[in-house]
Design a protein around this ligand. Structure first.
Ligand code: OAD
Length: 239
């Protein structure tokens, strides 16, 4: 399948969903989960580190890892793929919905409105336990992680960890968008993590994969484009 054919599908589509994963941000310099060769991801599988259990067992290590990622995100910028999506949305209000598994905020920084962030945001944190009045009433004590000075409740990254529920409002809106779209561009995801990957299997619309490598969703696709997000999306989404 040629990109030009997919561009025709984009032009004809009334409602489009972009379902993005870590590969969307690779050309911004953000390492993907499963490609990362260095750091903690190399020592621990994501399933071993990004869990509430891991945080409770080693809060400082998990906090520090997220803090380092947060710091490195401050130094990166959205790439041509993020910008092409946001520009399309600005030219065609209401026609394209971004559903992302990424917690890096780069779609939002590129100017995409209404991003459905299924896995939360690494730029924010929240209380580990449901906050008591003491937690909400005062600034958390600085630390790694910060904690409530009264009850000891810990701050944790506001991301969805393995085994946790996705935010209900975002997931419902993503399911609605997937059901209503006639074209879904699945960009930079290995397609192994559900329920996000299930959106590509549930849609009645055409499914196009944008990924330089094979993914678990290739069998659900009407077209597979072997290329990168920053190289292909500007071409696919130009008018
Ligand atoms: P992965 O790291 O599993 O997959 C990244 C995908 O991006 C791979 O299929 C790569 O081939 C592809 N890729 C790499 N560079 C690319 C580029 N420049 N353009 C396009 N594609 C490229 O990331 P996700 O599929 O996002 O979950 O992982 C899904 C979820 O698992 C994450 O959201 C996270 C993770 O553990 C949670 O934290 C809950």
């Amino acid at each position: 399948m040629k990109p030009q054919q997919v561009r025709e599908w984009v032009r004809a589509a009334r409602r489009i969903v972009v379902l993005s994963g870590a590969g969307m941000s690779a050309e911004s310099g953000v390492p993907t989960f499963r490609d990362a060769q260095t750091g903690l991801w190399a020592k621990f599988r994501p399933e071993e580190l990004a869990t509430e259990e891991a945080f409770r067992a080693r809060p400082q290590m998990v906090w520090d890892w997220y803090a380092a990622r947060r710091e490195s995100l401050a130094k990166v910028e959205p790439n041509a793929g993020h910008h092409a999506i946001a520009a399309f949305q600005q030219r065609h209000p209401g026609r394209l919905t971004v559903v992302t598994q990424n917690v890096d905020g780069l779609h939002q920084r590129a100017g995409s409105p209404g991003v459905l962030a299924l896995h939360g945001s690494i730029l924010e944190d929240r209380w580990l336990e449901a906050p008591r009045p003491c937690c909400a009433g005062a600034e958390p004590l600085p630390g790694r992680p910060p904690r409530c000075g009264v009850c000891g409740n810990l701050r944790r990254p506001a991301v969805v960890w393995f085994g946790e529920m996705l935010p209900a409002r975002e997931l419902a809106a993503a399911e609605d968008a997937a059901a209503a779209c006639d074209l879904m561009l699945v960009v930079g995801t290995s397609g192994v993590v559900y329920p996000a990957a299930g959106l590509a299997r549930a849609t009645q619309g055409r499914v196009v994969i944008v990924n330089p490598q094979a993914s678990e969703l290739d069998d659900a696709a009407d077209a597979v484009l072997r290329g990168t997000a920053a190289a292909l999306l500007p071409e696919l989404l130009e008018d």
